[in-house]
Design a protein around this ligand. Structure first.
Ligand code: KIV
Ligand code: NA
Length: 266
């Protein structure tokens, strides 16, 4: 791919080649992932995996903008989506529009993502009609952690199933170009994927979705938790720990730096 993907192209991938999505927070990582990913998501998960927050509630617009700018410097062809952080869009459509504009203008990213509570369809419509592609996010919604009392899989009761399906359909009807489906059983993910005509991007939502997303730090084995839905493609915590241990030993026994790593007077 030599040209950046567009929202309509992503939408047209429904039911075709699965969409490859990972989170990105920094320039060097975006540069590494860009050739392999259709979409890079500057997720508000950055609050947890980069900044050590207990959940995503404390993430600010300024944090999203700084990391969005960093990712855009490393992303040439992937479509870049920036999460709207907690508190930046729930008060009403005008608040949401003002903050979405700030995210896109200040970072150069192509779209925003909002977690799809019952009031969010109006926001998705308002933004889409004004030129901002919006990705929805249904099922487990991390920004609802304090209402839900933790990160819990969704759709386990019939009432909850219907609610998640409705949020997905409302997001589509409001103009979302795709939706993340997080933390739901396989049959519900399959049903949503069948019912909506926009791509579903699953995380902890089975192989039936139209694409998959993981938090990059999780799949690289960097972040110290392992939910059931994460597959470790690397064990970077162990590798980095071993590298730092070796460095510490070399410093202490003065074998680093060696003469070839040292400047000498002419
Ligand atoms: O913040 C995030 O990383 C996300 C993805 C896991 C979908 O919202
Ligand atoms: Na998020």
């Amino acid at each position: 791919r030599t040209k950046r993907l567009t929202a309509p192209e992503i939408r047209a991938r429904k039911g075709k080649i699965p969409l490859v999505v990972l989170t990105a927070y920094t320039t060097p990582m975006a540069r590494i992932m860009d050739p392999h990913c259709d979409i890079l998501l500057v997720g508000d998960s950055l609050g947890m995996v980069i900044h050590g927050l207990p959940n995503t509630i404390g993430v600010t617009m300024d944090m999203m903008i700084l990391h969005g700018q960093a990712v855009m410097r490393g992303a040439d062809t992937a479509f870049v989506v920036v999460d709207m952080p907690f508190g930046s869009y729930e008060a009403g459509v005008e608040q949401a529009f003002a903050n979405a504009v700030r995210l896109l203008k200040d970072t150069g990213a192509q779209a925003v993502k909002v977690e799809s509570g019952p009031t969010v369809a109006a926001t998705i419509r308002y933004l889409t009609e004004r030129g901002i592609p919006v990705m929805g996010h249904v099922g487990l919604r991390p920004q609802a952690v304090n209402v839900d009392g933790g990160f819990k899989a969704k759709g386990r009761t019939e009432a909850e199933r219907l609610k998640v399906i409705k949020e997905a359909q409302d997001s589509e009807a409001a103009g979302a170009f795709s939706i993340v489906v997080e933390g739901v059983a396989a049959d519900l993910a399959a049903e949503i994927t069948k019912l909506v005509s926009i791509p579903t991007i699953g995380i902890g939502a089975s192989a039936d979705c139209d694409g998959q997303v993981l938090v990059t730090d999780d799949m690289l084995g960097l972040f110290d938790w392992t939910p059931k839905f994460v597959r470790h493609y690397a064990d970077l915590r162990t590798e980095i720990g071993a590298a730092v241990e070796a460095y510490a030993k070399d410093v202490r026994d003065r074998s680093f730096p060696a003469p070839e790593e040292t400047y000498f007077a002419k």
